[in-house]
Design a protein around this ligand. Structure first.
Ligand code: SF4
Ligand code: SF4
Length: 384
């Protein structure tokens, strides 16, 4: 979209963040999760970051560790009211929640988190348009920060993305000497830059600007090369294997390694399931609320009768893999995963999704070579 890139110097970024705070425009960015992280010499474990609204540059943790939760929380909060109700006379009045959200901007989103947004848009506008999700999406401008690749758990390039993917971003920052090269990809991104033009500077004319452009491309190319070594799968044969191996003994090897805690879904930028509960607040009034939920817990599919169609953790973990890599791609044309690796890093029992996908892909390659197929209909069962 941008005809030519701009520069956001470190000072320009500081000014921008302060201006946004002064104007009351929430600026969400990767920030230090605590004081310990930003201290010089802090251990890697202490250098935790999180996405939150910032008001000054000292809070920013650009280029540091992946924030522990994704951006999902700003579009689908862990808990939110769908409507309130109160008894009026002989009837009930339903009061919808406000959907006129104020404009906000995300500065420095990981590309794998930004890319999750248009992927989840599809289910949020499938047979019902989710007004709360859509209104927050409309109110938010997202600038991603080209990623230097976190660690061996990252595999964005194995799911049709890359460390500087533009998908889901209105603009992108790429680290260069003195700050960030800025590109815009949408009208929203253009409008944001135009509204805050004094924080951005033109690239130096001539060789100076070319050097910065080369630096930016070199940063992106190094990251691409690094992540490509983590995982590569053939999605066609992977889907085929999943579709024909619903009852494969492979799943029995994974279930016992999963304790059903659901952390993987909470940290995941694309997991979007929620439970709906009615909460009385006082006599004659209450709210209907939705809360993040996950197919990994034993109660997720438990029927009131006591029957549970996903009777053990083998079935629940299979559901996680099949929904992301078989059902969602068949239904919406997108893999329900951006390869951020959070689920593997956060799992208390060491389930490693990249390893699991590599294992399935290797089995699929053998089957494809042998021309073998097993049972039928996994896509239908996993969709239920
Ligand atoms: S985080 Fe690990 S143990 Fe917990 S539900 Fe997910 S895979 Fe299972
Ligand atoms: S499934 Fe794991 S790697 Fe994929 S987007 Fe979710 S948390 Fe990231």
């Amino acid at each position: 979209m941008s005809e030519r890139a701009l520069l956001l110097t470190h000072d320009g970024l500081a000014t921008l963040v302060e201006e946004l705070a002064a104007a009351g425009t929430p600026a969400v960015a990767p920030a230090w999760a605590g004081d310990a992280g930003r201290a010089a010499g802090a251990s890697a474990a202490a250098r935790e970051t999180e996405y939150r609204t910032v008001s000054g540059a000292a809070e920013l943790a650009f280029g540091e560790r992946l924030p522990r939760l994704s951006l999902k929380q700003f579009f689908l909060p862990p808990t939110e009211v769908l409507f309130s109700w109160r008894r009026v006379g002989g009837g009930v009045e339903l009061i919808p929640p406000p959907t006129d959200f104020a404009a906000q901007v995300v500065l420095g989103a990981r590309p794998c988190d930004a890319a999750a947004l248009p992927i989840v848009d599809k289910v949020m506008n499938w047979d019902y348009a989710d007004e709360l999700w859509n209104a927050r999406r409309a109110a938010t401008t997202v600038f991603s920060l080209a990623c230097g690749v976190e660690d061996d758990s990252c595999f964005c390039s194995a799911v049709f993305l890359e460390p500087a993917a533009a998908r889901g971003s209105d603009g992108r920052l790429t680290p260069v000497d003195g700050g960030y090269l800025v590109e815009t990809f949408s009208d929203k991104g253009e409008a944001f830059v135009a509204a805050h033009r004094e924080s951005f500077t033109d690239l130096p004319a001539g060789a100076g600007g070319e050097v910065l452009a080369v630096q930016a491309e070199s940063f992106r190319a190094t990251a691409r090369e690094r992540v490509a070594g983590n995982l590569a799968v053939d999605h066609g044969r992977l889907r085929d294997w999943l579709d024909h191996h619903f009852d494969d003994p492979f799943w029995a090897g994974l279930g016992p390694r999963c304790n059903g805690c659901g952390v993987c879904a909470s940290v995941c930028p694309t997991c979007h399931c929620f439970d709906i509960v009615d909460e009385p607040e006082s006599v004659g009034r209450g709210v209907r609320r939705r809360n993040w939920d996950t197919c990994q817990t034993c109660v997720f599919t438990l029927h009131a009768s006591g029957h549970n169609p996903r009777q053990d953790q083998n079935a629940r973990f299979r559901q996680r893999v099949e929904h992301k890599f078989l059902v969602y791609p068949l239904k919406f044309g997108d893999v329900l995963c951006t390869g951020c690796g959070r689920c593997s890093r956060a799992c208390p029992t060491g389930q490693d999704l990249a390893e699991i996908l590599a294992d399935i892909d290797a089995r699929a390659a053998i089957d494809a070579g042998a021309g073998a197929v097993g049972d039928e209909g996994a896509a239908d069962e996993a969709a239920s």
